[in-house]
Design a protein around this ligand. Structure first.
Ligand code: FES
Ligand code: FES
Length: 161
């Protein structure tokens, strides 16, 4: 019999204590234990990017991280970024440019785009495409997504600091 393991981590600024099976991945932990269902699951083996979350400041594929590996770490999900207002402008740009259709890829796409803009405030369209290349979208054809990220970068640059 597999024995649950105690973990303690921070999720969206709040401490979480839980007991999990060693094989439970972080995506399923977030969705099923914490009801943070904005983290989506597609391929479940690191290809589609739908499960992207931030862990200690770096984006990771939550289907490839075990929940036990997230113990003592700080995890941020799309709910955290959205509630804090950190990506409000990026979300607005996605809406304005129709950069989502079914929306399945969108939370992870926003996580990845925000990661890029944090590293490179003025990315070229090529750099945007490259950074988002690990996030699959079945609907949009990517053009509107690149437009939205580019527009957000321009607007942030023009914003008085
Ligand atoms: S579900 Fe994690 S990369 Fe596809
Ligand atoms: S909007 Fe449907 S998968 Fe991207």
């Amino acid at each position: 019999m597999t024995v649950p393991v105690a973990i303690a981590l921070e999720v969206n600024g709040e401490r979480v204590d839980a007991h999990v099976l060693p094989r439970l991945n972080l995506a399923d932990f977030l969705r099923e234990h914490l009801q943070l269902t904005g983290t989506h699951v597609g391929c479940e083996h690191g290809v589609c990017g739908a499960c992207t979350v931030r862990m200690n400041g770096e984006i990771v594929r939550a289907c490839l991280v075990l929940a036990v590996q997230a113990s003592a770490k700080c995890v941020q999900t799309i709910e955290g970024l959205s509630d804090s207002g950190e990506i409000a402008d990026l979300q607005a740009a996605f809406r304005e440019r129709n950069a989502l259709q079914c929306g399945y890829c969108t939370p992870a796409m926003l996580m990845a785009a925000q990661d890029l803009l944090g590293r490179q405030p003025e990315p070229s369209r090529e750099e945007i495409r490259e950074h988002l290349s690990g996030n699959y979208c079945r609907c949009t054809g990517y053009q509107a997504i690149v437009d939205a990220v580019e527009a957000t970068a321009r607007a942030r640059k023009a914003r008085p600091s």
